[in-house]
Design a protein around this ligand. Structure first.
Ligand code: URA
Length: 201
């Protein structure tokens, strides 16, 4: 199955694994962006606008994500694939429960395994909690702006950023995030050089 088929099947699946999430859902939100990109972004869950439009990160937090990525010359539709831990909007935008994240995990795992990103950016504490259980107990502050390895996905480097919704609530953290983005950008640049060199060996 290719990515387009996966996406279409999931969008049309009427998945009903999470009673709370499928009850008032308008769309199963699979992603936004480019599934051939080497960069994947993982957020928490769709919000109201995402649920309405069927696309990830198209509300206020998405607008800020677009601006932050543009600050390092990346286009959110061209240079990355943006996905979420869960594909349906939780009521009142509450964080997804561990049970809901587990129910939705096969879809996220399929995306990571088949897109094979070189770098995966986790946005915020919820994505960190569900993707890096071994890092549990360590606060965001100690972990943002750093790369991690996850044994399950040895082909990718993982990097943690503050969630844009958190930055909208506390814009004082934006300059720090821009510094983190510069670290991310230089890693992506090195990866690109390495890929380019090995193609010419
Ligand atoms: N917040 C998220 O984590 N994901 C979205 O798609 C939108 C807002």
């Amino acid at each position: 199955m290719d990515y387009v088929e996966f996406k279409n099947r999931l969008m049309e699946s009427q998945c009903a694994k999470c009673p709370d999430l499928c009850r008032d859902r308008q769309h199963i939100v699979v992603d936004r962006g480019n599934s051939d990109a080497k960069l994947m972004i993982i957020g928490e869950a769709p919000g109201e606008k995402e649920d309405f439009l069927g696309k990830a990160f198209v509300g206020r937090a998405g607008g800020l994500l677009d601006k932050l990525m543009a600050a390092i010359d990346l286009d959110t539709n061209r240079d990355m694939l943006i996905v979420n831990v869960v594909k349906c909007r939780p009521p009142n935008n509450r964080p997804p429960t561990s049970h809901e994240a587990d129910n939705c995990r096969p879809y996220l795992e399929w995306q990571i395994q088949h897109v094979r990103p070189q770098v995966v950016v986790l946005l915020g504490a919820t994505a960190a909690k569900h993707l890096m259980p071994e890092e549990k107990g360590r606060g965001m502050k100690e972990r943002v702006g750093r790369f991690f390895n996850l044994a399950k996905y040895p082909q990718a480097k993982f990097f943690l950023l503050y969630h844009p919704a958190y930055l909208l609530r506390d814009p004082r953290k934006i300059p720090e995030t821009v510094e983190h983005l510069k670290i991310l950008k230089s890693h992506l640049f090195l990866e690109e050089e390495r890929t380019h060199e090995s193609a010419h060996c």
